[in-house]
Design a protein around this ligand. Sequence first.
Ligand code: SF4
Ligand code: SF4
Length: 371
Amino acid sequence: MIRSSVSIVRCKTYKTKEVELAVKRAVDLLGGMEKFVKAKSRVLIKPNLLSARTPEEGVDTHPEVIRAVARLVKPITPHIFVGDSPGGWELKEVDTVYEKSGTKKVCEEEGLQLVKFDKATDMEGFPIASIVKEVDSIISIPKLKTHSITTLTGAVKNMFGTVIGLAKAQCHLKAPMPDELSRLLVKIFALTKPTLSVMDGVVGMEGEGPGAGPLRDIGLVIASQDAVALDSVLAKIVGVNPSKVPTNLEASKRNEGISDLSRIDTFGEKPEDVRIKDFKLPKASFVYNLPKPLLRLGLKNIRFHPDINKDKCQRCELCFKICPNGAIKKLENGVFEINIKKCIYCFCCHEVCPHKAIALKKSLMARIIMR
Ligand code: SF4
Ligand code: SF4
């Protein structure tokens, strides 16, 4: 029977040397970087860059993890590209994300080619960044965070960032429910499969992730050739049943990886020894974990809806631009307003708001049920 391997290594801070040693050990436990990258080949490093936030804000993959991965690849090949397609940002604005997240600086310091996902290749109907086809291998560096629809966002979902620009929002329009969205995410993952995933779990995000939750010291780097196995071990570490994460469920159904923990060998730390107690999940994931018949019947009433805090809003327009159903209106005084009748509850606006100005509010029924 096929098995997968996941390595777990402690890493308490983002000090360069500490991260470098932890990432090296995590990759060595899987057989070393030579196993995943061929000499003189072209490699894309794909971090998770959601938004223009500083490394201290914990929203994007930390630049020190990018540096540590790149330093393992550099002795094997000089052809290293780094890029992502941040949610809600138009191509001309991506520089801001690269700059603020520290990605640009680390690429300059390490001699890596920072690329924008400006050209797309149609892959089974998805506009995927052309560079995905132009490289020999992809190393994904997801960030450990929660997600209001998929509960957790990890190595499988990180590959959604290969869909260029605002096309990602259209995917949400086609697939608003967790199982629908997960089917789509896994399709994209299968088309863009990384050869290796190295998760930045040094500081993670709990609660209302992936953009607005509180940070939590996790102190781990987790790596695997099998992104689904990585996400499943991650789920166990934060106290979630791996099969309750819809991307794990869908990916293992499609044989895109292993989510059954009895078929995953862990190296380094044991998941039970690094278990994070009381890890807070997104409030909205409660609704999506209701039994399916109840969910279908009651979703109109038992739900969370986005709400803009006009005092916190900085009028950056990101939510307005990403909303896939035109539910966000710009009023004459520059204030933004959500037309809840048009909302499909994809939470893209909540995800991208860089000022935590969009809260997810419970409907009356959700308040009653969750009491
Ligand atoms: S709510 Fe957030 S994303 Fe929307 S315009 Fe205001 S600050 Fe920008
Ligand atoms: S307003 Fe509704 S439909 Fe628009 S981005 Fe926000 S959650 Fe999605």
